[in-house]
Write a protein that binds this ligand. Structure first.
Ligand SMILES: NC(=O)c1ccc[n+]([C@@H]2O[C@H](COP(=O)([O-])OP(=O)(O)OC[C@H]3O[C@@H](n4cnc5c(N)ncnc54)[C@H](O)[C@@H]3O)[C@@H](O)[C@H]2O)c1
Ligand SMILES: [Zn+2]
Ligand SMILES: [Zn+2]
Length: 368
């Protein structure tokens, strides 16, 4: 079939809206009609050419939600009409990582996905007869996509798909960092650095875990106000003295849990140093720039602080994204305020501009 899609043809150039060919789903694959798709930093990072593992031409987009239109041979867990959230982090339920409760990093299709191919090493997308790769295995800046069954989470059809798209990346990452990776204990003190989609998700995750204090740090007063509305009990405008201020606020010790959701390695260091001696756990969710490293004075570790990273919030997508969506349906978290702008596919580059200007939390493309 022919579909409209936003194609990254050349790094550093705006995405081009093209009519591309999309082949039928093969065995184990599913055709999804996209209804909504968030615009995220990772798309821009790749589009800019800064990502050393980036490839082109490719159809970008990975924060998708839509409806199953057709299933390939052997697909058993999904049926036509199901509502789904796309997963750049799949869950095969069979590999050694899927069978462990210690990680969500499914190994099943990793190698091909990293190169932009579907699991059989080919693409379903093409433009003028030339293959176009599947970005993050999702390629959701498009009217339709073909994806592996193991990379789609079936959600309650009552959930509005525009909000559900946020669970495909940033929101689940933040929620999961607090709920899965750190497993915040009730009554604890938490600090969240960054109040973008990921940091706000972490604030909500800490609240849902029953944290007593949630201190949110950001540079933007507007975003801190939003953090307060979603559960932050205190806010701090970030700066060079942030660690000192957190220590002052916590009896000189620091927080039980800290979360980094800025991607700035200087802030990551602050997050480590704001964690409490003895047992403080720092969870890093931000993605640093190419070649950047995190400086930690080893004494912080010897005196009992721990540091861990979190990809997609440790969320096992097919099992847990539906549960997170259910939390929203049950009224435990309010997703609508995070959809700041709705755009058409043709306006995708405007989505990047809004993101660079930090205008709103998420721009979401709506497909009609
Ligand atoms: N681990 C994962 O699986 C995963 C998934 C999605 C996004 N990410 C990464 O998470 C990070 C956050 O993503 P986002 O969509 O929320 O981004 P965002 O840009 O919307 O939010 C980042 C926030 O950090 C704040 N900030 C910047 N410098 C700061 C400082 N010095 N002190 C305090 N706050 C500061 C900004 O004001 C902004 O509000 C990015 O690095 C992104 O690439 C990781
Ligand atoms: Zn993303
Ligand atoms: Zn797996």
């Amino acid at each position: 079939m022919q579909i409209r899609a936003a194609v990254l043809e050349q790094f550093g150039a705006p995405l081009a809206i093209r009519t591309v060919d999309l082949d039928e789903p093969r065995a184990g694959e599913v055709l999804v009609r996209l209804v909504a798709c968030g615009v995220c930093h990772t798309d821009l990072y790749t589009a800019s050419g800064a990502d050393p593992s980036g490839y082109a031409p490719t159809v970008l987009g990975h924060e998708g939600a839509g409806v199953v239109e057709k299933i390939g041979d052997g697909v058993t867990s999904l049926a036509v009409g199901d509502h789904v959230v796309t997963l750049f982090s799949p869950q095969c339920r069979e590999c050694i990582h899927c069978l462990s409760d210690r990680t969500n990093l499914c190994l099943a299709i990793r190698e091909q996905q990293n190169k932009g191919y579907l699991p059989d090493g080919t693409t379903r997308l093409s433009l003028d007869g030339e293959p176009v790769r599947h970005f993050m295995g999702t390629s959701t800046f498009a009217e339709y996509t073909v994806m592996p069954e193991i990379a789609l989470a079936k959600i309650n059809p009552e959930a509005p798909l525009e909000g559900a798209a946020l669970f495909a990346c940033g929101l689940s990452t933040g929620l999961g960092a607090a709920m899965n990776t750190a497993k915040v204990a009730a009554g604890s003190t938490c600090v969240v650095f960054g109040a973008g989609m990921v940091g706000l998700g972490a604030v909500i995750g800490c609240r849902l875990q029953g944290a007593d204090r949630i201190i949110c740090v950001d540079l933007s007063e507007d975003r801190l106000t939003l953090a307060t509305q979603h559960g932050a009990t205190e806010t701090i405008v970030g700066g060079p003295d942030t660690v000192e201020r957190i220590l002052e606020e916590t009896g000189g010790f620091g927080a039980d849990y800290t979360f980094e959701a800025t991607g700035n390695v200087g802030v990551m260091r602050q997050a480590v140093e704001s964690a409490r001696m003895g047992w403080g756990l720092c969870t890093v969710a931000g993605v640093a720039g190419k070649g950047e490293t995190l400086d930690i004075v080893p004494r912080y570790l010897i005196t009992g602080r721990r540091v861990c990273g979190s990809s997609f919030g440790g969320v096992k997508g097919r099992d847990q994204v539906p549960e997170l969506v259910k939390l929203a349906l049950d009224g435990q978290l309010d997703v609508a305020p995070f959809v700041s702008h709705t755009l058409t596919l043709d306006e995708v580059n405007r989505g990047f501009e809004l993101m660079e200007a930090q205008d709103g939390i998420r721009s979401v493309i709506q497909f009609t």
